[in-house]
Write a protein that binds this ligand. Sequence first.
Ligand SMILES: Nc1ncnc2c1ncn2[C@@H]1O[C@H](COP(=O)(O)OP(=O)(O)OP(=O)(O)O)[C@@H](O)[C@H]1O
Length: 583
Amino acid sequence: MKRLLRYLNAYKKESVLAPLFKMLEASFELFVPLVVAQIVDVGIKNQDAGYILRMGGLLVLLGVIGLTCSITAQYFAAKAAVGFATGLRNDLFAHIGGLSYSEQDTIGTSTLITRMTSDINQVQSGVNLTLRLLLRSPFIVFGAMIMAFTVNAKAAMVFVVAIPVLSVIVFGIMAISMPLYKKVQKQLDHVTQATRENLTGARVIRAFNRQEDEIQNFDESNGLLVKFQVFVGKISALMNPLTYVVVNLSIIAVVWISGKQVDAGIITQGETVALVNYMSQILVELIKMANLIVSISKALACANRISNVLEEKSSIVSPAKGMEQVPAAIAEGADIPAKVQFDHVNFLYKGAKADSLTDISLTVKKGQTIGIIGGTGSGKSSLVNLIPRFYDVREGAVLVDGVNVKDYRLETLREKIGVVPQKAILFKGTLRENMKWGKKDATDEEIYRALDIAQAREFVDSKEKGLDLYIDQAGKNLSGGQKQRLTIARALVREPEILIMDDSASALDFATDAKLRMAIQKGTKDMTVFIVSQRATTIRHADQIVVLDDGATVGIGTHEELFESCEVYREICLSQLSKEEVQ
Ligand SMILES: Nc1ncnc2c1ncn2[C@@H]1O[C@H](COP(=O)(O)OP(=O)(O)OP(=O)(O)O)[C@@H](O)[C@H]1O
């Protein structure tokens, strides 16, 4: 929570003024029982209507001033709380964006969404309530007790007993409910996760007729959330009845003791009314305080969850003195032995028991096309993800232009590389805006050239709006193949030195796939291209083919060489191609 408090720094004035105005309001409130006592003891006793009206006017005035103070406090508290949440949300968003794949995999997307939304909202409302009530409520409680002492010390002793008892109830319930709120938020993550999975996978769920099962799973997860919420709600709900019982018993004691004092002529009826009023004020404030404590408990649980994300450091950061420039040797045109090199690479996913890649060594020359093939889960994506440093190797090194990828500034390294991910993702906006992701100042000609190579020109031309075609969220108004071609074009717009296509032509028909490969070969002479694919036809013309099996290379060579020497490759080819096609 401490690290989150700095987000209030920009709202110091508001954070001071809000509680100050609330205390001002409280001070006026503390005078009300005394005025009422005067009405009883003077106005009613002497049947002085003028006095009663004057005192009534004073009560209205106190009420109006109190209301003005309260509205002013509300304004400052809301301003500070909204500002706090906005700053925090911006920073959390930027922080999550800076986390590597590894941390994002470990924390999980759903919980990150809950933390960005529901958790921050909870903290925002906690800050608002804290600024308004944290000082005001204890101030009224103790203020009312002191005022009660000024009225009558003997009757006020009841307050001395009641307040600690009430405090034990309030803080005891807080201590029990606080850990439970953490549990509630955690379960909320599960519900969000289930919702997200169901919404993004709606088509698959319907295709497999899994609606009923999914509804049942969701019901179970949601039911558990309700159960936790009801349980914690029941504990919190004890707060009001318990505090009411104590306060009402105290009021009876005050009336009893002060009644006797009235009989003895020690205090007046008006003073008895004032004492009862003070006790009622304490009750109201304690109930507010109880609700405040519940809100603070929730807000603290949420703040901890946010802090945990903010404390998470990205395992992949640019080195302090990262390589910004092209290494001198390359600039001078020296013959760098390899564009990309894997040197005895072992790679382990965080939390995984065994390496996903073992002892990979590979040398790729500038301008070469490398095909990577292997069964599902053999490590193809893992291998190419190491080049732009989406993940770091456990052992060994990946070198680009003879320099370890860890020695580059991340921006410099990633500027060299165009990545077409396995899952085609486009963003809401025009097609032109999407194409400019790779190069901010790309001209329409550059975009059309990339679309030509990616075999997407025809489809774009067929749309009336051309480059102004509006793309819905995640590109859902496009077909799978269209999305794939556009993501390839997006990567090509910046004319990267290295192009990585991670199974990114799988939705294309064989003819378009072949045309795409030809166009890439022709249009991108100096580009080093990595093509990950499960299709033998897609990679058979590559300069080098890497065959992966269970994370290890079982063959590196051309199609002909591998077909002769590598059994895994031969099996893949024969399962997909006829004998004539293989030759
Ligand atoms: N984020 C991750 N965390 C932990 N393990 C992972 C992660 N991603 C992949 N793996 C594991 O690493 C291994 C290699 O996965 P990878 O995605 O590289 O395979 P692939 O050959 O690209 O498969 P496919 O052709 O199905 O895409 C698999 O056993 C997989 O279960």
